[in-house]
Design a protein around this ligand. Structure first.
Ligand SMILES: Nc1ncnc2c1ncn2[C@@H]1O[C@H](COP(=O)(O)OP(=O)(O)OP(=O)(O)O)[C@@H](O)[C@H]1O
Ligand SMILES: [Mg+2]
Length: 116
């Protein structure tokens, strides 16, 4: 199981949602965040010390998936979120140690896959 974290442009959030739905991904969370990527043009210095880093509005998706859903999830996010310009965002894939569906007590793969 992996947690796929996608940080995308807010204006691409709906496209990502739709792409995930089409990829049959169901459970997800999304939140508004502020972030900074690799850009350096906004950094100001004072006596050689970085004192300001501009933050940009982004949307963060978190999708917990079983192993066979990792690549479809990443591919759907990457395709839907891309404009080709700097600031398109980033996708992180991190291991999940345990998942519990609170209602049923199911754990792990049984808990992370959709209930039909
Ligand atoms: N290393 C990182 N760790 C955590 N979050 C990151 C990291 N890099 C980028 N982000 C998040 O992703 C957002 C978008 O990053 P961004 O697309 O600008 O990355 P980049 O590496 O600068 O690539 P690009 O050159 O395409 O702009 C950032 O505002 C931040 O929220
Ligand atoms: Mg950038």
């Amino acid at each position: 199981m992996k947690l796929v974290i996608g940080i995308v442009r807010p204006e691409k959030a709906n496209d990502v949602l739709e792409a995930l739905y089409r990829a049959e991904v169901r459970g997800l969370s999304m939140s508004r965040i502020q972030g900074h990527g690799g850009e350096t043009d906004q950094v100001e210095t004072y006596r050689g010390t970085v004192v300001k880093m501009e933050l940009y509005e982004k949307v963060r998706f978190e999708v917990g998936v079983s192993d066979n859903f990792v690549e479809p999830t990443v591919a759907a996010m990457a395709k839907a979120a891309r404009t080709g310009e700097v600031g398109d965002g980033k996708i992180f894939v991190v291991p999940i140690e345990k998942v519990v569906r609170i209602r049923t007590g199911e754990e792990n793969t049984a808990a992370v896959t959709p209930v039909l």
